[in-house]
Every structure is written in C-alpha cells, then in structure tokens.
Design a protein. Structure first.
Length: 65
C-alpha cells in the first residue's frame, strides 16, 4: 500500500528526465534557445545536468521501497 507514492515519484522522474533530454537535444540541434536570457552553452549544460540527475533520483525512489 505504501509502495504507490514511491513508484509514482519514480515514474515522474523518469518521464521528466526523458522529456527534458529530448527537448534539450531538439532545441540544441536546431540552434534554438533553450532558456531565455541565458547563454546557450550554459543553458544546454544545466538542462542536460538536470535531465541526467533524474535517473539518479528515480533509482533513489525505487531503492527506498
């Protein structure tokens, strides 16, 4: 019964991370801005870092079950 919120959070982290990585890759490929008012190199690196951190958070959520 208590596994539901952990599984839900892990799924959210998985979907968010995957969507962020795909969106950032598509924006960078088309040389479109990833974030307004931020240098493109910094914006892409921060977005990729956040997208790559999501699987770690997902694994942490699943390890707590």
């Amino acid at each position: 019964m208590e596994d539901g919120p952990g599984i839900f959070a892990a799924t959210v982290f998985l979907l968010f991370g995957a969507a962020l990585l795909v969106w950032t890759g598509a924006r960078a490929l088309h040389r479109a801005p990833v974030a307004e008012g931020v240098r493109p190199v910094v914006a892409v690196r921060l977005a990729l870092l956040a997208g790559a951190a999501s699987p770690a958070l997902r694994a942490w959520c699943l390890a707590r079950l």
